[in-house]
Design a protein around this ligand. Structure first.
Ligand code: SAM
Length: 330
């Protein structure tokens, strides 16, 4: 990102008063991993006060999951650092081979999703810090807040598939107090964390149904059961994302709204399906019967992301990994 130059020391001194959670996350990150200074500077420069406000919110959630233990908080930051380094290593390999390292979903399941310790102590904390320090996750959350929450009604069931930590569902149920929630994930460890996240957001337990289920198959849900669906950062984990989209379309009620995201030519610790372009994702969404209403592409590269033309050019560069998120309707 090309961003106004930020004096991190000054930012930290000011934020300690106004946004103590954000100041804590930045301080611990650059203390434990000084090479992340530019990431913190870039995010603060690009997104300003909103970055600090959102970081405060995420830190409160993370702190709750860590039971307020500062050592656990540091371990969570270190998980994020390891996750980013693993991403960089695997992405370099992907640019050489054109393939993601995982070729088999079941192998990924036994290495990660079935391992509660890996999911709870490494994976989900890394994702939660990504919402603070990684522009693709940050912008996905921004799209969720500005383009999804205000477009859904408060009179039905919000279903999150592949909920992971449950940040999106917790927020959606807080802002839509008359709605019920369904949290679905293949990983039992993730469902436990999502349950705690919804406790943090003070969502009454009788408002949410937590279920282990598999989006590779037919979900154990009736046709049209949800008026809103959230399925973020899941499609690229599946061997057949087209099947998953048909399934999401089946459980969405007519007139309902879906929030969908996908990682494009972007490796991670658990990516399986290589999307090459945003258009490929859009085609699949439309083939499933959903209508695109709004979307955003987020190239992970240096550049002025406020300039739409520059953003579009970067998104077209086949070497640049891209995050894609959209709102679609049935
Ligand atoms: C990258 S995380 C995304 C978490 C959250 N939605 C977010 O956007 O940060 C992917 C989640 O999808 C879940 N998942 C992967 N394959 C799945 C499947 N076949 N069925 C249901 N959930 C799945 C994983 O367990 C994990 O919690």
């Amino acid at each position: 990102m090309n961003t106004p130059s930020i004096d991190l020391k000054q930012l930290l001194a000011d934020a300690k008063e106004t946004h103590p959670g954000a100041a804590r996350a930045i301080d611990r990150l650059i203390t434990l991993a000084p090479m992340f200074q530019s990431a913190a500077r870039d995010m603060a420069g690009a997104y300003g006060e909103t970055f600090l406000r959102r970081a405060d919110d995420r830190v409160a959630e993370i702190d709750f999951l860590c039971n307020g233990d500062p050592e656990k908080f540091d371990e969570a930051i270190q998980a994020y650092v390891r996750f980013c380094l693993e991403f960089a290593r695997k992405q370099a390999e992907f640019l050489k081979t054109g393939k993601y390292s995982f070729q088999d979903f079941d192998e990924m399941c036994s290495e990660l999703y079935d391992d509660d310790e890996a999911v709870q102590s490494f994976y989900l904390f890394a994702l939660l810090f990504s919402f603070i320090f990684s522009p693709n996750y940050y912008e996905f959350y921004d799209f969720f807040e500005t383009e999804f929450l205000s477009h859904i009604t408060d009179n039905g069931t919000i279903c999150e598939v592949g909920c992971g930590h449950g940040v999106y569902l917790g927020q959606a149920l807080s802002t839509h107090p008359k709605s019920q929630g369904v949290a679905i994930d293949i990983s039992p460890g993730a469902l436990e964390v999502a349950k705690r996240m919804l406790n943090f957001h003070k969502i009454a337990s009788d408002r949410v149904d937590f279920a282990q289920d598999d989006l590779r198959k037919r979900l154990n849900r009736d046709k049209g059961m949800a008026h809103a669906i959230i399925c973020c950062e899941v499609l690229e984990h599946l061997p057949d994302p087209q099947h998953a989209l048909h399934e999401l379309h089946r459980i969405l009620r007519p007139g309902g709204t879906a929030l969908l995201s996908a990682a494009i030519r972007m490796e991670s610790v658990d990516h399986l399906y290589v999307f090459r372009t945003p258009e490929e994702v859009i085609e699949m969404i439309e083939r499933a019967g959903l209508k695109l209403q709004a979307s955003r592409v987020v190239p992970l590269a240096k550049g002025n992301m406020q300039d739409e033309e520059e953003r579009r050019k970067l998104a077209e560069d086949p070497r640049v990994p891209v995050g894609y998120i959209c709102r679609a309707s049935k």
